[in-house]
Design a protein around this ligand. Sequence first.
Ligand code: ATP
Ligand code: MN
Length: 479
Amino acid sequence: MFNIGIRMKEVLEKGQPGSEITVMGWVRTFRNNQFIALNDGSTNTNLQVVAELGKFDDSLLKRITTGAALKVSGKLVESPGKGQHVELKANTIEILGDSDPEKYPLQPKKHSLEFLREIAHLRFRTNTFASVFRVRNTVAFAIHKFFNEKGFVYLHAPIITASDAEGAGETFHVTNFDLENVPRTPDGKVDYKEDFFGRHANLTVSGQLEAELGATALGNVYTFGPTFRAENSNTTRHLAEFWMIEPEMAFYDLEDNMNLAEEFIKYIISYTLENCKEDMAFLDARLTDEEKTKPQQERSEMGLVEKLQFVLSHTFERVSYTEAIDILKNCNYNKKKKFKYPVNEWGIDLQSEHERYLVEKHFKKPVILYNYPKGIKAFYMRSNEDGKTVAAMDILVPGIGEIVGGSQREERLDNLEQRMKEMNVPVDEMYWYLDLRRFGTVPHSGFGLGFERVVQFVTGMTNIRDVIPFPRYPKSVEF
Ligand code: ATP
Ligand code: MN
C-alpha cells in the first residue's frame, strides 16, 4: 500500500510533537540545504521539513527542487521557528518525481494571473488557485446541502438537446457529420435527417425547460450542470462553458422565488465563510493587495470577508424595473452622460454599467430587480396584469452585476401559445412543454444561478476565467 501518509492540514492543526508520520507533497522552496517547505494541496500553509545537515547525500539534496514531489517520513517536533507550531524532522526522504528547476515555470515568487492562465495545467500549485478551487468545491457542496435539506430533488437535465431554451440562438451544434461532406437535401439545405439524432441538435444553454417538467411532478427540483453558450463576449463575466444551478418549484410565485433565491445565496456565503476560514482569509488578503495597485477612488471600501458579512446581514433591495429606470434616468451619472448607453426611455435592456451603478453607487448592496418589460425577456415568463411587463427577476451584486436570472413561468396555455407565436418559438416542436399547461397546470417559478459568478463573488476574483479550472472562451480551448 502506498497511501500511508497523513494530510498536512491535519498535521498542522492537530499534529502531536513526538509522533512519527509520513507526508507526501510538492516542494515549494528549499532553503540553506536544510529547510524544505512542502505542500500537499490540503492547505496553503506549508509543512516545514528539516533535513538535518550531514544526514542526507548531496546527490539526494540536489534533487530537492521547487516542484519536485517527495515522500518524507520522520518525527514531528515542536518548531523553534515562527510561523508554525510543529515541523517534521526527516528520517527518510524519497524523491517521487524530479522537477528541473531550469524548466519549471512556477518560481517561488508572485506570478500574474494572466501568466498563470497560460499555464492553467500548473496553476493549481499556487496558493491563489488552490484556495479558489477549494472554495469552489465548498460552494458546490453547500449548494447540494441547501437543496437536500429542503427536500429538493437533484435532476440531471440533458446536455445534448434539440431545443434552444432562451431562443437566443447562441448554441453550439452537435453533429457527427463529416463536415467536409455534409449531406444535403435536393434544395441544397443541410439534411439533418441524415445526422446522428435525425434532426438538428445542440449543447444545452439551460436546463430550465426540463426542470419545469420535473417540478410539475416532483414538486421541487434543481439542476446543477454545465451549460454552453456560443456568445462572443470577451468579458470578465462570460464563459462559453459554465455551470448553472437551476431550481424549479411548483406552487411558487415570483415573491416565493425571490425569497428562496435570497436565502440560497446567503446560505452559500455563510457556509463558505464558516467552512473555509483559512482560504477566505488568504483570498481576503490577496484582494487587499490587488486593490492597492488601483487608484484610491476605485478601491472598494470593504475587504472581502467584510463585504460578504455585510451581504449576509442586510436584506436585498427589491426594486421594480420601472423604479430602476427612474433612478437611472434621473441620476447625475446619466445627466453628465457618463454611461456608454444613456438611459432615456422605459423598455431598454439594462447594460452591465447600469446594473453596477444601481448596486455599487445607488443601493450599495445586492438588488433584486423584478417585473421587466416583456419585450426584453424570454417567452416563458408570466405576463403581468399591466400587459407590458412579465414576472421576471434578476439578482445583481456588487463587482459582478447579474448572478441570478429567474421568473414565474407562464402557466396559462393560451397566454403561452400567444407569446410563443409572437416571438417565433416553434409551437409544434415544443408540444411537450405545452403539455404541462394542458394537464394539471400550476403556478411555478424558478431561477438560474451562474455557478462561476457566485464563486467569483465569494472569492473576490475579478475574472471569471480564474474561477473555473479550464476556462473556455472565444479562441481558447486549451487543456
Ligand atoms: P448576462 O446578461 O450576464 O449575459 P443572461 O441574462 O444571459 O446573463 P441568463 O440567461 O438569465 O443570463 O442565465 C442565468 C445565469 O447564468 C446568469 O444570471 C449568470 O449568472 C449566468 N450566466 C449567463 N451567461 C453566462 C456566461 N456566458 N458565463 C457564465 N455565467 C453565465
Ligand atoms: Mn447572456
